[in-house]
Design a protein around this ligand. Structure first.
Ligand code: SF4
Ligand code: MG
Length: 337
């Protein structure tokens, strides 16, 4: 199946007082209908910026975008705002992290769900209200016919997140971008929301991009994983490949800093030392080298001088370690026992 969303060699740069920030630096990925791509990385890795660029929600005065964004064959980087506005909330929609800021406190939940529906379909007020109730039922809000007239503050955090999903899905989008959709919720509610997204995807066949800093979230939810670091993709594979046999030292670090929910003993977490690099002046060579424990396993000064590239397609990682070193280092030195 051909990709529904295809991003090719995307570069996003911002002008700031201190200089030019290379927020995304040559990123490519594909998402097909009915599939979920998980984009994983720490904050500042470029994952949210990438998706704002897809939706055309960046500030055009200070942002430079190069590369290709194809949605169902339509090129979006050069598309005028009028075209993007017709697509947003309609063919593509987004779920944000924080439902309290994404939902307006001044309007009822029902009005906020029905508004994009009226805008894109021209439906009457009455039909749009019925559609809002139907959507609230779909996302599991009990007594939807009554709750439709509530204001966001009358909903719990989990219910607000469900309402936001209802709002995003009201026009049956074919691409859904969910940016940290469960971060603000407790673990049980997180699992419910992720299950809900999966169920809805099975009904609609939408393509989903799930953005998260938490590798634990991708496990049961996504088909493919892209790990991002400093504006670049550093590892790509199916969710099984990336979780069972991760190849990149940064991914090992993400796994190490993940709480082990299955273990009986509480093991200490080993967070990745250091902080992500400044994107004003990224380090030369491998952008991860200042934080990497395996620099000396690579011959010469390669990690500090030569940038490793991710293979253009398929399974792979952007790291100078040999395939054999990647395998044995992970299984013998990293893998949790
Ligand atoms: Fe670490 Fe070198 Fe691999 Fe970069 S290329 S992740 S510095 S071993
Ligand atoms: Mg973000």
């Amino acid at each position: 199946m051909t990709a529904f969303l295809s991003v090719r060699d995307l570069h996003v740069r911002f002008d700031t007082e201190d200089g030019t920030v290379k927020a995304v630096d040559g990123l490519s990925f594909d998402v097909r209908k009915g599939e979920t791509l998980g984009i994983v990385g720490e904050s500042g890795s470029g994952k949210s910026v990438t998706n704002l660029a897809v939706l055309g929600l960046h500030d055009p005065r200070s942002t430079e975008i190069r590369g290709e964004i194809l949605l169902d064959g339509q090129e979006l980087t050069a598309a005028p705002e009028s075209v993007l506005e017709k697509l947003r909330g309609n063919k593509m929609a987004m779920i944000f992290q924080d439902s309290l800021t994404a939902l307006s406190p001044y309007y009822t939940v029902g009005r906020q769900i029905s508004e994009p529906f009226r805008k894109h379909t021209g439906a009457s007020k009455r039909d749009a209200r019925l559609r809002a109730i139907e959507m609230l039922e779909k996302v599991g809000i009990p007594n939807a016919g009554l709750r439709v007239d509530d204001y966001p503050h009358q909903f719990s955090g989990g219910m607000r997140q469900r309402a936001m999903i209802a709002m995003a899905l009201v026009c049956d989008p074919e691409l859904l971008i969910a940016d940290e959709p469960t971060t603000a919720l407790d673990v049980t509610v997180q699992a419910q929301i992720l299950d809900l997204l999966k169920d809805l995807q099975q009904q609609t066949g939408a393509a989903i991009v799930l953005i998260t800093h938490d590798l634990g979230v991708v496990g049961h939810t996504v088909d493919e994983v892209l790990v991002m670091y400093a504006g670049r993709a550093v590892e790509r594979g199916t969710v099984d490949e990336v979780l069972r046999e991760p190849q990149h030292p940064y991914t090992w670090g993400l796994l190490g800093s993940m709480p082990r929910l299955t273990s009986d003993v509480t093991e200490p977490l080993t967070p990745i030392p250091g902080t992500p690099p400044s994107l004003l002046a990224p380090p030369p060579g491998c952008p991860f080298h200042p934080r990497c424990a395996f620099v000396s396993d690579v011959g010469g000064n390669r990690c500090r001088s030569e940038r490793p590239e991710l293979p253009a397609t398929g399974r792979g990682s952007a790291c100078h370690l040999t395939p054999n070193q990647k395998r044995t280092t992970f299984t013998e030195r990293i893998k949790p026992r």
